[in-house]
Ligand binder design. Sequence first.
Ligand code: MN3
Length: 221
Amino acid sequence: MKHLKDYSELSPIFDSKKVQFERKPLNYSLSSLAPSIDKATMNEHYNVHYAAYTKKLNEAVKEENIDVFMGPDMQGIKQILKNIRKYSAKVRNNGGGFYNHFLYFENLSPEKKNPKGVLREAIIRNFGSLAKFKKQFLDAGLNQFGSGWVWLVQNGNVLEIMTTTNQDNPLMDRAFVGEILLGMDVWEHAYYLKHKADRKSYIQDFFEVIDWDVVEQRMKK
Ligand code: MN3
């Protein structure tokens, strides 16, 4: 089996038998986000949950003979998500799980950062202040019933907060053509070992470990 990674520059390939989605390696250690997100949670989340979505997505792509165009900037999975209604629940759940966790782990950092430059300006223009953005993002997370995700997305000059259920993603079945800037997992597996049922304290801790440089890099400028 030739392994292809959907997080790097690749040659195009259309053969589902050769497609292999892989987790993006972390550029920080599992323990380095503590105390905001503890090592045990990170290990379960990255090495068990994210790994399982990735494995099952690879299974589903083979079982359903899905031709995937692997390319830079995660084109392979994005193409599947944008056409998700053509595929099974297994593809939807695990394709979403694969891409959502790619975004989540990439937009975390052990370094304390703050929004800068055009990102900071856009947040202030759209939400009034960073504090007001955080309040809206927190509320969106608290109001998301059951498992799901909270997103900061960009549509042209407009930044918006969106939520999705289960492992759905803004790219699925929508007229969404913008950029996903930030993803926050509010499934219990993202926080239950440390924060128990206290989703609010998890979200407050999540704000401490956001990689705002990655968020800014995802902006279309
Ligand atoms: Mn998760």
